[in-house]
Ligand binder design. Sequence first.
Ligand code: GAP
Length: 456
Amino acid sequence: MAAQNLETQESLSMEKIVSLAKRRGFVFQSSEIYGGQAGAWDYGPMGVELKNRIARFWWKEMTQLHDDIVGLDAAILMHPRVWEASGHVENFTDPLVDCKKCKTRFRADQIDQDKLARKECPDCGGELTDTRKFNLMFKTNIGPVDDGTGLIYLRPETAQGIYVNYKNIVQSNRMKIPFGIAQVGKAFRNEIVTKNFIFRTCEFEQMEMQYFVKPGEDDKFFDYWREQRWAYYEKLGVRMDRLRWHRHGKDELAHYAKDAYDIEYEFPMGFKELEGVHNRTDYDLTRHQEFSGKDMQYIDQDNGNARYIPYIIETSAGLTRQLLAVLCDAYEDQKVADKGNDDDWRTVLHFHPLLAPVTVAVLPLMKKDGLAELARDIRAELKEDYSTDYDQSGAIGRRYRRQDEIGTPYCVTIDYQSKEDGTVTVRDRDSMLQDRVPRASLQEYLRGKIKSYKRV
Ligand code: GAP
């Protein structure tokens, strides 16, 4: 049966995603046995595989496929002056109001503006406080004494670790402008509104790339990186009709940005920011030069040793937010039979095979007659190159459904014919069609399928 002829349930709610994520070990609430910790989530066996694969996909795209980009892994804890220089101490704030009666805290820019003007709580009608600025950076203390002298921040973006290392990288790796530095890592923000599952959390991961260019060439590279980032999502296998651009208006631009576009994804709660492409000008390096007293100029040896502070084009994606987009995008409830019971439907995750937590599941049709031994043998052959699963319990149809639910693209089934002629069947998750393949060419068959994969 071909997948495109199947009836599907169109409406996707976040509840469905949260429920599947928990049921199948993608994402759990942090500290669940204590009632949960707001703004923090744990990635289970399937979730950590998916997250690592998305990060790897992005890393390959940035570093392997772009000759002029190198990687970095900077520390989360940085000198506190970094955040003064970056402008975060002064500007990285949300406008907040509290209700004096019900004590609920709101972002002033996200509630009814008439009620805000009347200082009326949108929940209980009580009186609201004046709006005040609330800094989103988490503060902690470093060193043995807790008297405020060891103030340190958990980084709210990974970008600054790249800026403070830019000269080290130019010198150690003989980088010539234009060039980029890529980094994946944790970031922390004291977000007040953390609804919508892992969309906006206090602890999250970013995948950021900072591209250093000659002043005057920034607009050209800004356009180039917008194109590159759009093309990335096509490769990732995301439904492109669920993506759109949003250009920041003057009032939305961050304190460092000359121009900024978001790529927005249509999540169940509507179109929301997935990734930003920013022209940060020479703001960050100029500020670090000022605050550190170190020369941040680039010496252009190919152009008579001209000196200048590079402009920076930033592509900034949330890894955990991208995981949510990939999950939502992959999710489908499909009607696959018409018997009038629950088995008529399957839940399937159409992950790109390079992202799927399990690439190949090996399933013996029966446990007996030597089929299980043969299946284990085949799994042992495959696991050097693929992440595999083995399942011998229950009816084969149920086992396929279990694999569909975690998005396993290929199920290799070992049956009686396998014993006779050395062939196996390979079931394709999306079309549910099966091919009979000689065991000897199974690896080559899978490689070909993965390479030519296209989302239907
Ligand atoms: N260095 C620039 C920067 O951090 P941003 O727009 O604040 O820019 C970039 O964040 C990306 O990081 C966002 O597009 C989003 O994907 C992700 N992100 C930001 N805040 C987040 C949060 N609280 N939870 C999860 N992801 C977040």
